[in-house]
Design a protein around this ligand. Structure first.
Ligand code: HH2
Length: 286
């Protein structure tokens, strides 16, 4: 394994290692679109987490609420009840693991950070809970700010933009500015265009093709395209688990444009593809 969780630096705050980083997905939910119901038991979750670390995941993103199109929210109590025991179990078997908590609730983020999480993945970009920004500031931890149009229940009904690339990058710039004004250090901010969150196929492709507009904001960029349904629209792969090759294509193309975090279900395939892409891109052009 070329890069381990430790290289990212336990608090994830300094940028000693420019990446790329693989963020392995662990949904502790009954209803996630790809792994729903697979990891509700902390034992099974920790086993899968350990396997992802062994395959080269730098970060594990643990989520207790599905945000797939049409999904319903859960209570904060239920979210904490799902996430914290899994986090504790993972850290007992892999103490070096860097864990991100996929939540927009300040209470869940606080509980997860206390249990040993190192960063927060907020799909509402700090709009979901007014107290979240102070949790991030106080913990001095990295935060992922993601763009979403609408909310999961209805976001895929009729997504609409005049200029999706411009609107998403303006939104991320504004959210980052808000975080910085509240005391979050710019190097702790990771921005994410939110592939599939209130976006149709054309919107997703425009964002993936024009990532430089988001990279140019000057923050680190995360892409979460793993197994998403726009890949099915292109390849015809009905089953989420059959969308690995399509996912790998997005990882390589996004990496070439400057993205450095890749939130994926299939750690090994994406890690290997990045290793080859890195080797090619390091080779001088003549
Ligand atoms: N996508 C999902 C969930 N969280 N976080 C970020 N930052 N970026 C993403 O693209 C992203 C995310 C949805 O995927 P998944 O976790 O696999 O499914 P579900 O929401 O059904 O649990």
């Amino acid at each position: 394994m070329g890069r381990t969780a430790r290289n990212i630096d336990r608090a994830g705050t300094r940028r000693k290692d420019p990446g790329p980083f693989i963020v392995g997905i662990l949904n502790v939910t009954p209803d996630s679109f790809s792994d729903g119901g697979d990891f509700l038991d902390p034992e099974a979750a920790a086993e899968h987490a350990a396997a992802m670390v062994d395959e080269g995941a730098d970060v594990l993103d643990v989520g207790g609420e599905s945000t797939r199109p049409g999904s319903d929210p859960v209570s904060q109590e239920e979210e904490i009840r799902r996430v914290v025991p899994v986090l504790e179990r993972i850290l007992s078997v892999r103490p070096e693991a860097v864990i991100s908590v996929d939540t927009y609730r300040a209470g869940t983020a606080t509980a997860a950070l206390e249990a040993g999480a190192s960063l927060v993945n907020d799909v509402t970009a700090l709009r979901g809970d007014p107290r979240m920004v102070s949790v991030i500031e106080a913990a001095a931890c990295p935060v992922i700010l993601m763009h979403m149009q609408g909310e999961p229940k209805t976001m895929q009904k009729e997504p609409h933009y005049q200029d999706v690339v411009r609107e998403v990058s303006d939104f991320l710039a504004e959210r980052a500015e808000y975080a910085v004004a509240a005391g979050v250090r710019p190097e702790n901010i990771i921005v994410d265009p939110g592939i599939g969150f209130g976006k149709n196929l054309e919107h997703n492709l425009a964002l993936l093709r024009n990532l430089d507009a988001i990279v140019d904001l000057g923050f680190r960029v995360l892409i979460g395209a793993s197994r998403k349904s726009f890949i099915k629209r292109i390849t015809g792969a009905q089953e989420a688990r059959d969308r690995v090759s399509g996912t790998v294509a997005t990882t390589v193309l996004a990496f070439e444009q400057g993205a450095t975090f890749f939130r994926v279900h299939d750690v090994r395939a994406n890690r290997e593809a990045l290793a080859v892409a890195e080797a090619v891109l390091r080779t001088p052009r003549r």
